[in-house]
Design a binder for this molecule. Structure first.
Ligand SMILES: [Zn+2]
Length: 321
């Protein structure tokens, strides 16, 4: 049976048709322009309709959706999503009224972790962590083969452990020096702005700090630009601190890095791995493989479909009869 996997982002929604082996056989994407709940539900339903309309509906067994925020796994109600400004938004109920298939909803980062664990770099790794280095840091933990959900489905908020004290950047959550504030794509931009005064002739900022992108900084660092390299060095230090903390807590076989900044690939990994080793103290160094995630931006949709096929975020794969 095929399942539909939907990844709802802050500005974009992707619906995919997923085969049993995790491959994507169809997709539909739209921008989410209006963040009002009714408008967003209409946009989500539209991308699902696109995919359902092009396949035979009877072959689609279930619909899974990953959304930002804290989500009631039973009902699919978005308890709180700062990205959309929603509180107690009954997304599951609304989609169940609209579609005949069962609808399952979970946090987008947990869905991405399930997808990457099932079909990507986490395959056959009982202890696995995915970190998505984008606007923020999303993540998820697989411990002893099972996705760690925690009390109130709140485990895995790795982005909000602090890697800096009073010298850190302010985080959207209200704390200072969170891993997300320091080591997301946004963190890289902040590092470039923070060291900017030392590079008055730098072309990186050139009077338009609002236009500065993490991609531009990463590329300039790779090209040897001194300002970008100074920011990159600080970024790598904070990222390494966070990764060493993850190893101290979980000691996974693999940590996969996804999101925009991770597309730096070897340029990032070669800098991070030795520093993480230095910061790893209580377990054998170098045992945790730090790699680039394999599924890229599709991990969330693939994971949501996997959840739908299994009948729950924690359900095991149904056995063939
Ligand atoms: Zn925070």
């Amino acid at each position: 049976m095929k399942t539909i996997g939907v990844d709802l982002g802050g500005s974009h929604v992707l619906a995919t048709l997923i085969e049993d082996d995790g491959t994507i056989s169809d997709r539909s994407e739209r921008d989410v322009v209006d963040h009002g709940f009714d408008a967003a539900v209409a946009t989500i339903a539209a991308v699902i309709d696109d995919v359902l309309g092009r396949t035979k509906e009877k072959f689609v067994s279930a619909i899974g959706l990953g959304s930002p925020g804290n989500i009631d796994l039973e009902t699919g109600t978005i308890i709180y999503s700062p990205n959309f400004g929603w509180r107690d938004a009954p997304l599951g109920e609304r989609l169940r009224e609209r579609f005949t298939q069962p609808v399952l909803i979970a946090n987008d980062a947990r869905c991405a972790t399930l997808g990457e664990h099932t079909y990507g770099t986490g395959r056959n790794k009982p202890n696995f962590v995915l970190l998505t280095l984008g606007t923020g840091i999303g993540g998820g933990i697989v411990a002893e083969g099972k996705l760690l959900i925690g009390s109130g489905a709140g485990a895995g908020e790795i982005g909000h452990h602090q890697v800096r004290g009073g010298d850190g950047f302010y985080c959207n959550c209200g704390k200072i020096g969170c891993f997300e504030a320091q080591a997301s794509g946004t963190g890289l931009i902040r590092h470039a702005l923070a060291v900017g005064a030392s590079f008055p002739r730098s072309e990186l900022v050139s009077g338009k700090p609002g236009k500065l992108s993490s991609k531009a900084i990463r590329r300039a660092a790779e090209a040897g630009d001194p300002h970008a390299l100074a920011a990159w060095t600080r970024y790598v230090e904070d990222l390494s601190r966070g990764l060493a903390n993850v190893i101290a807590f979980v000691n996974p076989e693999v940590i996969a890095l996804g999101g925009g900044v991770a597309s730096a690939g070897a340029f990032m990994l070669d800098a991070v791995r030795p520093r993480v080793d230095e910061l790893t103290t209580m377990v054998r160094r170098g045992r945790t493989q730090i790699v680039t995630a394999a599924l890229g931006n599709d991990a969330g949709a693939i994971g949501a479909a996997t959840m739908a096929r299994r009948g729950g975020l924690l359900a095991q794969e149904p056995q063939e009869s």
